[in-house]
Ligand binder design. Sequence first.
Ligand SMILES: [Zn+2]
Length: 413
Amino acid sequence: MSRTVFAGGQVFDGTGAEPGSADVVIEGGRIVEVGPGLDGDEVVDCTGKSLLPGLFDCHVHLMDTTLSALDWESSPFSLPFYEAIRNMELTLAAGITTVRDASGADLGVQVAQQRGLIRGPRMQISITMISQTGGHGDRWQASGCPAAYQWAHPGRPEGVADGPDEVRAKVREMIRAGADVIKIATTGGFFSARDDPRTAHYRDAEIGVIVEEATAAGRYVMAHAQGTAGIKTAIRGGVRSIEHGLFLDEESIEMMADRGTWLVPTMTASLGLSEAIKSGVPIPAETAAKAHICAGAAETSVRAAVAAGVKIAMGTDAPVYPHGKNLRELELLVQAGMKPAQALQAASLSAATLMGMEGELGTLEPGKRADLVIADGDALDVYDLGNRIRAVYQDGVLVSAPETEQPDGSRRR
Ligand SMILES: [Zn+2]
């Protein structure tokens, strides 16, 4: 088997340690050695560059491309599958080799990537977010017509369920459809018609059953949770990660720290939504009103969570902020008080741990799968890191080599 050595770069290994100069050798899709002065049959010169583990985004929607309600309604049924191909390429080009799809992608999308029909991040999928009637996953509109947003089809069952019996059956249905992880909504959200991100959805008994059923099947539960009360019911019920967590208070932060509940802040989502509204994207009026009410909440909450040592994994909610711009989240995490090395760890080892993949991925260590990212300059300079990604390897295979845009507008490898 041939050995490839990535030589002369600054290695950020994902463990949170400060980067150091080292070589990395891969063989047969695995990392086999990390250290100084290594040799190989093939050499990839990394002088002046940083070497990172393949990065993670723990909250994306690969099947969604637009925030425009008009586009959802007029999109041909199968178009989102083809758009997903481009979304996956953009995600890879950002250095993201593994994602958690937080509802949308079905089993066919995952299998197509696994078989190499299309290139993209490896993924854990949740199929459809489970929510109560009138909740964040309910497609009902005031017109009486269901929205095309979160459309259901044979690979993607409807997600509305109420009461312990219905939610139990719904979890089983999602697992049957291919869910690796169960996504629920324990508060309202932005892109749903008649709910409020600040109010709690599902009672303790329902969340208890969901977690019980998922656990029995070896799955974790991730909860879309924005308001304080719904964040607390989710933590009490034993969900693994709070997604968004807009209105964390002192008690919820303490509960998360005590129980080891993860936070996936998705700060770019707040930014992306406000930018879309400003630039005139047709966003439903209720959504814009909710965005206004919640403006600024994300940063306040994340700052407090970081200070309290809550476990944080990076997620973006792309395409609320566009696919491919995922690493913008690192900048926002640093603005909210994380050190650059911590932010990168949130996108590598921490994310892998949240997803139960830390034995295989998340660090540059011998034995791990050879997911690597080469970036120009210093990886700890997270500002603009997304524009400095030069090569992305997945299981030892070069899967993306983003070009550099020159000041004159031309592009160069
Ligand atoms: Zn989401």
